[in-house]
Each structure stands twice: as structure tokens, then as C-alpha cells.
Design a protein around this ligand. Structure first.
Ligand SMILES: Nc1ncnc2c1ncn2[C@@H]1O[C@H](COP(=O)(O)OP(=O)(O)O)[C@@H](O)[C@H]1O
Ligand SMILES: NC(=O)OP(=O)(O)O
Length: 313
């Protein structure tokens, strides 16, 4: 029986640092990512792909705000849906072309996905999710004064606007995804962490303004789909201890216990590798395999020859 993998694509798969978010740049990167995912399809896995949307949803929100004198402004959950739609469109098209090139017969389908969060999540009072483009410290101060944006320094790369990022509690559409997987379809779902929604006391759902972390959603999706493997594809080949120091050490296959020990020691930076390792540990604790590796080594890592693999041994 084919194994099932949920793949969370890191920012680089869509837009590289310092690149402008033009259609051409994003399409070019997505095409290259699709070719690498097609390699995984050759390994006979059922594949679900999720992806980030930080730069894109920030830009859509900004477009809305700048044009509000002419066109009604949409809330952040609608911007999230828009980003999921356009990235999904580019990814589905690119994947279809890559599969065709490889003479593979699988279909590809994008599901506009809603993710339930709690309205009481403390994240609503503490925005931490960076979106949109980078600014200098001076620009950030000005934007914060003029527009009331909450700005934060993002991993030494500059300042970005931040919005609330609640924990995903339940991802919608999982039964349909399972059916599609059984019909030889690669499913793109939960893009941008999914459109954030809350459920009220009488069971009705409605959108809420936030951006959910795609690695957290990826892990939740992998759990709900009972996937064998959860993979986070990023811009480093491996997770390291003492990262960036002369004594940095590459992690290959490690136990959950060891990973937890390193996490507690603060080896993995908040806002980048930290949340990825937390998601990996949570998933591996259920007796499954979590992998963190670079996009170009994804197929090798799945076969056990590359990346950092976290297992419950
Ligand atoms: N211990 C570590 N090992 C490897 N990378 C780390 C570590 N701590 C922080 N990082 C950083 O994490 C980054 C990946 O996280 P992030 O930028 O959030 O990924 P993505 O956008 O691909 O989801 C790497 O580029 C690296 O600079
Ligand atoms: N939604 C999300 O996690 O996007 P990024 O990965 O682009 O930050």
C-alpha cells in the first residue's frame, strides 16, 4: 500500500529573499518546486502539499488598504483565501505540467481550505506572524505611528508587519482529501495555514482576521489524515545544533527525546526552526516520521538518505 506524506513547502518554494513578489518570479520558483515534488510522486506516495503565504497575504492586504477609496476593503481572512487561491492555481498548474513531463498519470487538485481556531486563543492579543515585505527600522517606526501596524524584527532580515497567528484546531475537508488521494490525486490543501475560521455556540462558522502558521497546519493535517510522514521543506539541508557557530553539527536521524532535549536547550530559533522542530516532535511522538530538509533533497530524505529525520525510537 502506498505510504502517505504531507509536505509543507517553505517560503523559498514560492519567493526567495530579496526577490520582488512579481507573477513571473513566483511562477518560476513554483515551477522548480513542482518538478521536485514530481520526483516524490515517482516514489509511489500519496501526497498532500501545503504551503506558506506570508509575503503574498501581506501584499494583498496592503493592496486592499491602499485602494480602499476606490474598491471596498476585504478582511484578512478573505485576503488569506485569495492568496490560497492564487498560489494553489500556480502550484496546481505547475505540478500538472511537471507530472506530464515525467509521463506520470496522477491528477492534481487544490482545495480552498478553512482551518478552525479558538476565538480565545491568546495569539489574538499578541501578534507574531510576519506578513508582507521587509522594512528598515526607520520605516517600521513610521508605519507603526502612521498606520498603527504592529511591527517586529524578523530573524535578522529586517522589520515586518505582524498579525495574530492562532493554533489550528481542526482542518476542514479531510474526508474529501482522503477520497481524492485514493483516486490517484495529489491534493494541495491548507495553503497559508488555511483560512482562519471560528465556530460559535450554535455551530456556525465565520472568518476571523489572522494568519495561521503553515507548519502547524501541516502537522495538524498530517495527524487528521493519519499520514506516515510529515515533511517540512525549507532552505537548509538539515537542522543543526550550535547553528551558525564554528562547532555547528548536522542532525541526521534523531530520536524524539534527543530532539526535545535540544529544543529545551534553545538550539532552534523562535519564529524559524523552533516551530518546525516543535511540530516535528509532536508528530513523531505519535510513532510517525517527521523530516526537515531542503526542497531539492526531498525525495532523497524520504528514502532516508538526506535531511534531518525525527523518529520515535
Ligand atoms: N538550529 C537550526 N538549524 C538549521 N536552521 C536554523 C536553525 N535555527 C534557525 N534556523 C534557520 O531556520 C530557517 C528556516 O526557517 P524559516 O525561514 O522559517 O523557513 P521557511 O520559510 O522555509 O518555512 C533557516 O534558513 C535557518 O536560517
Ligand atoms: N502562513 C505561513 O506560515 O506563511 P509563511 O510560511 O510564508 O510565513
Amino acid at each position: 500500500m502506498a505510504k502517505r506524506v504531507v509536505i509543507a513547502l517553505g517560503g523559498n518554494a514560492i519567493l526567495r529573499p530579496n526577490q520582488e513578489a512579481t507573477f513571473d518570479n513566483q511562477m518560476h520558483n513554483i515551477k522548480m518546486s513542482a518538478e521536485l515534488i514530481a520526483k516524490i510522486e515517482k516514489l509511489d506516495y500519496e501526497i498532500v502539499v501545503t504551503h506558506g503565504n506570508g509575503p503574498q497575504v501581506g501584499n494583498i492586504l496592503r493592496q486592499n488598504e491602499e485602494a480602499k477609496a476606490f474598491v471596498p476593503q476585504m478582511p484578512l481572512d478573505v485576503c488569506s483565501a485569495e492568496s490560497q487561491g492564487f498560489i494553489g492555481y500556480m502550484m496546481e498548474q505547475s505540478l500538472k505540467n511537471a507530472l506530464h513531463e515525467e509521463e506520470l498519470t496522477s491528477s492534481v487538485l487544490t482545495l480552498l481550505t478553512q482551518t478552525e481556531v479558538s476565538p480565545d486563543d491568546p495569539a489574538f492579543d499578541n501578534p507574531t506572524k510576519p506578513i508582507g515585505v521587509f522594512y528598515s527600522e526607520d520605516e517600521a517606526e513610521l508605519l507603526s505611528e502612521e498606520k498603527g501596524w504592529v511591527m517586529m524584527e524578523d530573524a535578522g532580515r529586517g522589520y515586518r508587519r505582524v498579525v495574530p497567528s492562532p493554533q489550528p484546531q481542526k482542518i476542514h475537508g479531510v474526508e474529501s482529501i482522503l477520497k481524492l488521494l485514493k483516486q490517484n490525486t495529489i491534493v494541495i490543501a491548507g495553503g497559508g495555514g488555511g483560512i482562519p475560521v471560528v465556530r460559535n455556540k450554535i455551530g456556525q462558522i465565520s472568518g476571523i482576521e489572522a494568519v495561521i502558521d503553515k507548519d502547524r497546519t501541516g502537522k495538524k493535517l498530517a495527524e487528521q489524515l493519519d499520514a506516515d510522514v510529515f515533511m517540512m521543506l525549507t532552505d537548509v539541508s538539515n537542522v543543526y545544533i550550535n547553528y551558525g557557530k564554528p562547532n555547528q553539527e548536522k542532525l541526521e536521524e534523531i530520536s524524539v527525546l534527543k530532539a526535545k532535549q535540544y529544543l529545551d536547550e534553545g538550539q532552534f530559533a523562535d519564529g524559524s526552526m523552533g516551530p518546525k522542530m516543535e511540530a516535528a516532535i509532536d508528530f513523531a511522538l505519535q510513532g510517525k516520521k517527521a523530516i526537515i530538509c531542503s526542497l531539492d533533497q526531498a525525495a532523497e530524505a524520504l528514502s532516508g538518505f538526506a535531511g534531518t529525520r525525527i523518529v520515535n525510537i
